[in-house]
Design a protein around this ligand. Structure first.
Ligand code: MG
Ligand code: ZN
Length: 384
């Protein structure tokens, strides 16, 4: 072997070795997202299980978009064995399929919760024939109850939209925003400012909201001081950022909505969505899933604090579907470390948990359909 060939071999070998090294590093970088290394977590409280009546005056309905047992258990491990959610002693499992798909999307699942009707994937508050169906929020409003929506995504995104809008596609954000003006919703807090202002039809819905008597605010630090009246909180142009950017927006918004809605003596219906558990699942990121599960747990803590004192409030926590085909491969209750794995970048058809606290909570046990959740809330809150 002459020297030149030898040098070429060495160069090639070093090159391959470097490449292999980089491949390894890249694989490792991906794995980094799959392990939540642990953190401080939050303190949780145990609340009494004594209530005033058999039926609730108020319902606070939480949707952790994309959550099933692995996401919940990841958060439980990350928070070193305790969550506010554990105050919800009555539990069941929910079948999530839509009218046309074994594996649903958030629009059809949201519409099942809001109307009690299975519809096609992508539908917002309409049935399989694209006919509008009155939502529980609209019915509560008709009965004189106060109503609210809170979300970490745009407030026009599929989950919150399905409680207030009637459109044949979840992508019709501007039409969905305009549907907010057709209701008398008392409070909504989420992203989506641009869908109210930068519109093809030239309407400025923020101005229209103000004319309808809404206070419109964009800063969560201003929003949190609002105690009464009608409030439109649009905290981002589109979606709110991840935890490091949006901070405690969700627990603060939840608390603010409860403050305002609880002024109504007839009661209230509030839906709160932790939108981004789903996005963590799509991204195959245990870190993202854990951060957003802990975030919604703190928001649930705010609801429980009110409900425990009020004693006439039913708090329900569930999900629209599972995302990521997540499982847990390792964890540590002392450090909060949790190692997840994901089997898909999409949704799966597995059942999701439903948990409840307060008067009527015992109704949410066993295996049920997502439409049953609507029917039970409606019977308990509206009496039919
Ligand atoms: Mg959602
Ligand atoms: Zn999703």
């Amino acid at each position: 072997m002459n020297q030149k060939v030898l040098i070429l071999f060495i160069a090639l070998f070093t090159g391959f070795a470097a490449l292999a090294q980089n491949d390894y590093l890249d694989a490792d970088a991906e794995d980094v997202e799959k392990t939540y290394i642990g953190g401080e977590g939050h303190d949780v409280k145990t609340y009494p299980q004594t209530f005033k009546a058999k039926k609730p005056k108020n319902v606070i309905f939480f949707i952790a978009d994309g959550m099933s047992l692995p996401h919940l258990h990841a958060a439980l491990t990350a928070n070193k064995g305790n969550l506010f959610i554990e105050n919800l002693k009555y539990m069941g499992l929910v079948k999530t399929h839509s009218a046309d798909r074994y594996i649903t999307d958030s629009a059809a699942a949201g519409t099942a919760f809001s109307t009690g009707t299975k519809t096609y994937s992508g539908a917002i508050g309409v049935d399989v024939n694209k006919k509008p169906i009155k939502t529980i929020l609209e019915e509560a409003e008709e009965k004189g109850l106060a109503t609210g929506l809170v979300s970490t995504s745009s407030i026009t995104h599929a989950t919150p939209a399905s409680f207030i809008a009637h459109q044949e596609s979840r992508n019709m954000y501007e039409e969905i925003a305009a549907d907010f003006l057709k209701t008398d919703i008392d409070v909504f807090i989420g992203g989506g400012y641009k869908h109210f202002t930068e519109r093809k039809d030239g309407r400025n819905l923020v101005e229209e909201l103000k004319q309808k008597g809404y206070r419109v605010e964009q800063d969560i630090n201003t929003i949190k001081n609002v105690k009464e009246g009608k409030l439109a909180g649009l905290t981002a142009s589109e979606h709110n950022g991840r935890m490091d950017e949006r901070g405690n927006m969700l627990p603060v918004a939840t608390n603010t909505a409860i403050n305002i809605l609880s002024n109504n003596k007839k009661g209230f219906f509030l839906m709160v969505e932790g939108s981004q558990v789903d996005w963590g699942g799509h991204a195959g990121s245990t870190i993202y899933v854990v951060e957003d599960m802990l975030d919604i747990d703190r928001a649930i803590g705010k609801a429980l604090e009110f409900a425990a004192q009020n004693k006439e409030t039913l708090v329900i926590v569930t999900s629209d579907h599972e995302t990521g085909g997540m499982t847990i491969l390792d964890g540590n209750y002392e450090t909060g470390m949790v190692k997840g794995e994901f089997t898909t970048g999409g949704h799966t058809g597995i059942m999701v948990p439903v948990m409840a606290y307060g008067p009527g909570a015992e109704q949410f046990t066993g295996i049920m359909d997502n439409t049953d959740i609507h029917n039970r809330i409606r019977k308990l809150l509206l009496g039919n």
